[in-house]
Design a protein around this ligand. Structure first.
Ligand code: NAD
Ligand code: UDP
Length: 337
């Protein structure tokens, strides 16, 4: 299939593009490079052996989308493009609603006009809000605790109404838990701008000497070792999950919602120890206060994806850390190196 990959120059989109090429699809990347570098396209070409078509543009540009969907004979869209930093979303909510919600509306309207009716959307476990019960199943109540989460929830609600309005649509929302790791080649990985917000890229930068120590946000949570517990999923497993969702969704009308997680929780201390083993030295850390808004623990019930999509995560914590370390040590300054 000809697949439009919005945000395909980003962390998850670039690695999914490689998986699409390997599976025989023809990806077309649309990215405004707000949070990515053009050099990513070269890296994809190098690793995949095929250069994906790349359009430098914005999902909010309706005329561009209209022309692109027809010219490239797009069959389906995987929609990664958007802004993703929780703290920034609190400071700049309008940017988040504009990129994530308005951007998706423009994309859907263009798809409707062009007769493209299959979409796979990057949602997030953040739509579960402060979950009262673990593990999280897809039918758990949803809520938002910040504008980023609200933008994901709003898009899911739009997709639900769209699916109800016209049975021609096949819309899939994938709720990612905590994506980590890198392509095993060490050529593609996560390259956050500025100080990383998330645990794994922060630890990776400590390991490579860019940061002095990890601040552990609280060790007095009601978890086995007192530190926060999350469901980390290897980005390669996530990429495979998109292929499975695409195969399942194509020609199957309705709204399909799946958790993409491993079903296992890992604490901050466990992650720090596993990364230390991967990079060959213990990593300095300090215990500091809890980060406001953090929950103690969060992990998925991945049963639905296994039963319906035939997909499950297969890469363990060690592989996540080894692949992340290969990427970070080969590219200490990310794509700028
Ligand atoms: P990323 O920032 O690396 O990738 C997003 C890409 O979209 C970037 O390359 C950026 O330049 C592009 N983009 C942003 N706004 C755009 C616009 N208006 N038009 C065109 N391109 C635009 O992020 P990622 O980690 O690869 O995340 C991909 C998707 O998955 C996002 O929608 C994110 O919200 C979602 N998600 C990510 C995580 C995570 O922890 N990484 C977790 C849950 C959900
Ligand atoms: N965390 C931490 N130090 C950091 C970044 C994160 O201790 O510098 C903890 C955080 O409190 C949480 C876990 O690591 O328990 C995962 O945080 P992340 O931001 O990666 O994911 P999220 O909280 O959004 O699930």
């Amino acid at each position: 299939m000809n697949i439009l990959v919005t945000g395909g120059a980003g962390y998850i989109g670039s690695i999914t593009t490689i998986a699409l090429i390997a599976a025989g699809h023809r990806p077309v990347i649309l990215d405004n490079l707000h949070n990515a570098s053009a050099g990513v396209i070269e890296r994809i070409a190098e690793v995949a052996g095929t250069r994906p078509a790349f359009v430098h543009g914005d999902i909010r540009d309706r005329a561009l989308l209209d022309a692109l969907l027809v010219r490239e004979q797009i069959d389906a869209v995987i929609h990664f493009a958007g802004l993703k930093a929780v703290g920034e979303s609190v400071a700049q909510p309008l940017s988040y609603f504009d990129n994530n919600v308005h951007g998706t509306l423009v994309l859907l309207a263009a798809m409707q006009a062009a007769g493209v009716r299959t979409l796979v959307f990057s949602s997030s476990a953040t739509v579960y809000g402060d979950a009262p019960e673990l593990p999280l199943r897809e039918d758990a109540p949803t809520s938002a605790t910040n504008p980023y989460g609200r933008s994901k929830l709003m898009v899911e609600q739009v997709l639900a109404d769209l699916a109800r309005s016209d049975p021609a649509w096949s819309l899939t929302a994938l709720r990612y838990f905590n994506p980590v790791g890198a392509h095993p080649s060490g050529r593609l990985g996560e390259d956050p701008q500025g100080v990383p917000n998330n645990l794994m890229p922060y630890i990776a930068q400590v390991a490579v000497g860019r940061r002095e120590f990890l601040s552990i946000y609280g060790d007095d949570y009601p978890t086995p070792d007192g530190t926060g517990v999350r469901d980390y999923i290897h980005v390669m497993d996530l990429a495979d999950g998109h292929l499975a969702a695409l195969d399942h969704g194509h020609g199957r009308p309705g709204l399909h919602v799946f958790n993409l997680g491993t079903g296992a929780g890992v604490s901050v201390r466990e992650m720090l120890a596993a990364f230390g083993a991967a990079c060959g030295h213990a990593l300095p850390h300090r215990i500091v206060a809890r980060r406001p808004g953090d929950v103690a623990a969060c992990w998925a019930d991945p049963t639905r994806a296994r039963e319906v999509l035939g997909w499950q995560a297969s890469r363990d914590l060690r592989t996540m850390c080894e692949d992340s370390w290969r990427w970070q040590s080969n590219n200490p300054r990310g794509y700028a190196a």
